[in-house]
Design a protein around this ligand. Structure first.
Ligand SMILES: Cc1cc2nc3c(=O)[nH]c(=O)nc-3n(C[C@H](O)[C@H](O)[C@H](O)COP(=O)(O)OP(=O)(O)OC[C@H]3O[C@@H](n4cnc5c(N)ncnc54)[C@H](O)[C@@H]3O)c2cc1C
Length: 414
């Protein structure tokens, strides 16, 4: 089949790889001038292993987060969540009848996705840029909560943390730290770009890319997808279409009468070079109470801040950048920004109400698939979701059947 994949972020690139691997020919389309310029720009050097460590696995985040009324397919969800910090809003309400079960299912899915992502990278010979581990700086309360849940973990004292991360400022904001050795942070965007280069080199006759072209419409005939129409009026015929264009898919789906319950959030990053390269920490620093994560990405530092739900205005955006700047620069001694290198970035990502991505064929429209709503887990989820999506064009493979069901767009069909 000839399949059009809309969106050249991490999700779209992995989707192309999975489709090409199954012998389809693929045309990748993005409105930006090049790949990975949407949300896939953001996860500079973050999580994979970090997030799959038992103490940081999604289902255990609740112990580290401030408790607020939970949400789970609740009435008035969008209203209640608007402009609230995501991690606080997702307060994990254990008293909700469906929540614990969903939480544990998502944890299992995430760990499976992480294993799969690593195996895929190894099989393709893809190198990931990594830091020398991660250090999670904890308040007394957070340390006690994690210690209760994971009695085997050993914590570092503030002095040991400072020794493990020279350059970190002594701070009353953390009482202990957890060290996740080696391998704990990978640069998913870097890996996705390598994968794209492999596709370009290996499958030239079956792989095409179009940039600076916005898809305006998915064309259908007799209930089947027949291609896409671009903003310049050009029509790209295809036997199948995959929407891997994050929030950009929502209006395209609406045009076909399909609605997805996407919860939007805006994320923030700050990237800069330091005057003294040696003052950049060699480990990823995650500081939940100051709400930032900072990593070394080649010769720069990339810090991410809060996720704000909904669509924050310019003022909220500026406040978050100021806050992030102060929190990061205040947490390290001798860290001075090299003139002209500071870059602030913000962009949207989206979640489904149950946090599972939505990957697979869209019910009611033959040949149309989506691969969306990866939230803040896109690096880890991209390979397995690509496999689920690509296999949907044939029979779901043994082994991904239950995952394919969990991620199916059907669960939101009314
Ligand atoms: C601050 C922040 C930190 C994050 N940290 C992590 C992390 O630590 N670990 C992790 O796993 N994930 C993390 N994520 C999430 C991760 O970045 C996303 O899940 C992932 O990048 C989503 O990739 P994507 O390809 O689905 O979307 P995108 O990268 O947004 O790609 C969508 C593409 O579609 C294109 N597009 C949209 N509409 C159209 C259209 N109509 N026509 C043509 N092209 C279109 C856009 O130009 C874009 O290139 C983070 C996200 C943010 C914002």
């Amino acid at each position: 089949m000839r399949i059009a994949v809309v969106g050249a972020g991490i999700t779209g690139i992995h989707t192309c790889a999975a489709l090409l691997g199954r012998g389809h020919s693929v045309i990748l389309i993005d409105r930006n001038p090049g790949p990975a310029q949407g949300a896939s720009y953001a996860p500079g050097l973050l999580c994979s292993d970090f997030a799959s460590h038992p103490a940081f696995a999604p289902e255990s985040h609740r112990g580290m987060l401030r408790r607020k009324p939970g949400f789970f397919r609740a009435e008035g969800l969008m209203e209640r969540l608007k402009h609230r910090k995501l991690l606080s809003a997702v307060g994990w309400n254990p008293s909700h009848p469906g929540f614990a079960e969903n939480d544990s299912r998502f944890g299992k899915f995430f760990r499976e996705a992480d294993r799969f992502a690593r195996a895929e990278s190894r099989a393709r010979g893809i190198e990931e840029e990594r830091t020398e581990g991660s250090l999670l700086l904890l308040t007394r309360e957070e340390g006690a909560s994690i210690g209760e849940r994971f009695p085997d973990l050993s914590f570092l004292s503030p002095e040991e943390a400072l020794a493990a991360a020279p350059g970190l400022s002594p701070s009353p904001a953390f009482a202990s730290a957890l060290r996740v050795p080696r391998d704990s942070s990978c640069n998913g965007t870097y890996a996705a770009r390598q994968l794209l280069r492999q596709l370009r080199n290996g499958r030239r006759d079956q792989f095409e890319e179009i940039y600076r072209s916005k898809v305006e419409k998915v064309e259908t005939k007799g209930g089947a997808a027949t291609g896409v129409r671009l903003s310049d009026g050009q029509r790209i015929p295809a036997d199948g279409v995959v929407l891997a264009n994050a929030l950009g898919a929502i209006p395209l789906l609406r045009g076909l009468g399909v609605r997805l319950p996407a919860i939007e959030a805006e994320g923030f990053t700050m990237t800069f070079e330091a005057e003294e390269f040696s003052s950049l920490p060699v480990v990823t620093i995650a500081f939940p109470s100051l709400e930032f994560t900072a990593s070394r990405v080649d010769c720069r530092m990339r810090a991410t801040g809060r996720l704000l739900l909904g669509a924050p205005g310019d003022r909220a955006r500026k406040e978050e950048f100021d806050r992030l700047y102060d929190a990061v620069l205040g947490s390290f001694v001798n860290l001075r920004v090299k003139d002209g290198t500071m870059r602030f970035w913000s962009g949207r990502t989206a979640f489904s109400p149950d946090r599972f991505p939505v990957s697979g064929l869209v019910p009611g429209i033959t040949g149309l698939a989506v691969n969306l709503l990866h939230g803040i887990f896109g690096v880890t989820l991209a390979p397995i979701c690509a496999k689920i999506t690509a296999s949907g064009f044939e029979d779901p493979e043994t082994g991904t059947q239950c995952l394919a069901d969990a991620c199916s767009p059907r669960r939101f069909a009314s």
